[in-house]
Write a protein that binds this ligand. Sequence first.
Ligand code: KIV
Length: 276
Amino acid sequence: MSRYQNKQSVTVRDVMAAKSKGQKLSCVTCYDSAFARLIDRTSIDLVLVGDSAGNVVLGYDSTIPVTMDQMVHHTAAVARGLTRPLLCADMPFMSYHLSEAQALENAARLVQEGGAQCVKLEGGGAIVPQVRRLVEAGIPVMGHLGLTPQSVHQLGGYRVQGKGSDGARQLKKDAQDLEAAGAFAVVLEMVPMELAAEVTALLHIPTIGIGAGPQCDGQILVLHDLLGFEAGFKPKFLKKYADMGALVIKALEEYTSEVKACQFPRAEHSFSDSQK
Ligand code: KIV
């Protein structure tokens, strides 16, 4: 069933309404069809094809090298496996900073070629004209404030943002400006939980936290992080709900030792002339 036929699909309106109903939103990233099909069988509300694809599945050490073509490719793969959760795609580094026209052209690719239902942009005041333009064109926008990984060089590392009164004031203003420009939600990444709670109370649109405490209207985690792919990756905000890394290594070691010991494949895994 395509998402267009699925009356149970989560919409941008549902995400916005969750806040007034006091219902928390559960969000996760995804980069391929195999995981999208699994997520589709859960109650996750929103799936983000994050530019964290750069770190998580493309082997880069930041999100900065990720291109529009790569985001379209991964978004389309996820869209093919997903029918129910709302599908959001990240606009990668420098795909929306040059002009409103550039932002519109690239967001349209994520929606038209990738099958995204909304897009996410990092930043505050400086990108408000782009946000307004996309929303006017019918493309829903999710904002992203606090630690914005595309600005890692400017921020001087992956560190908590919005500390101190100036930082907090600026973050609150940015959040209100994004809401006024028509954003339907805003991600708050690595900000003090007290500030995230204040922003959540200030806004009418939902806040989606990652390292922003329990008061946000929803939470998002990187799929591979919450599944425990990387034993050594342990940021304070992360809770691992599985130990997939260990599981995968164990399965692969068992497979390789059976192959080398001629224990796999057996007759039951093989075809024979005498079988129909
Ligand atoms: O790219 C990403 O995965 C993100 C989430 C961590 C919010 O932006």
